[in-house]
Design a protein around this ligand. Structure first.
Ligand code: FEO
Length: 166
């Protein structure tokens, strides 16, 4: 059985993961509007991954006999200055998510909730990858953004990204 405090914090994080999904869906729509359909695809896959993160937590709360509370998803931004700006936002957002997961782990450690610590270990590893990817793309775009031909090449490359369920 889940501790009440742990359950409350996990429910808050389910909402944060759905908010992340909504943010990346908004970025996907924005990129499509800029005729950058590879970037739009990349962000759509990100949207799918974030939904999977939320559902992974949701199932865990259910498996531990807890109650899932689905709260409203707050409004997300709808526009960015440039592709690199969108990826800088992505990086800052993922850094924030990392701090939220670290705080959850802090609670799980304090409560000696070993099962939740085990689950959160997966998320901690995932955040290393999320931050590294966002950093790499942001740096690349900062270098090539002023060269439309290269931006188009990156866009073409991003069309190949596909969602891979765990
Ligand atoms: Fe699920 Fe990108 O954090």
């Amino acid at each position: 059985m889940l501790n009440d405090r742990m359950q409350k914090e996990l429910n808050e994080h389910i909402n944060a993961e759905f908010w992340s999904a909504y943010l990346y869906l908004s970025m996907s729509v924005w990129f499509a509007g800029k005729n950058l359909h590879g970037f739009a695809n990349w962000m759509y896959v990100q949207f799918q991954e974030e939904q999977a993160h939320a559902l992974k937590l949701l199932k865990y709360v259910q498996d531990r006999g807890g109650s899932v509370e689905l709260k409203p998803i707050a409004e997300v931004p709808a526009g960015w200055k440039s592709p690199s700006d969108a990826f800088l936002h992505t990086l800052h957002h993922e850094q924030k998510v990392t701090s939220l997961i670290n705080a959850l782990m802090g609670t799980a450690v304090e409560l000696k909730d070993y099962a939740t610590q085990n689950l959160l270990g997966w998320f901690i590893n995932e955040q290393i990858e999320e931050e590294a990817t966002a950093t790499e793309i942001y740096r690349t775009l900062s270098d090539v953004e002023s060269k439309p031909g290269i931006l188009r090449m990156v866009d073409k490359e991003f069309k190949a990204r596909a969602y891979m369920p765990e």
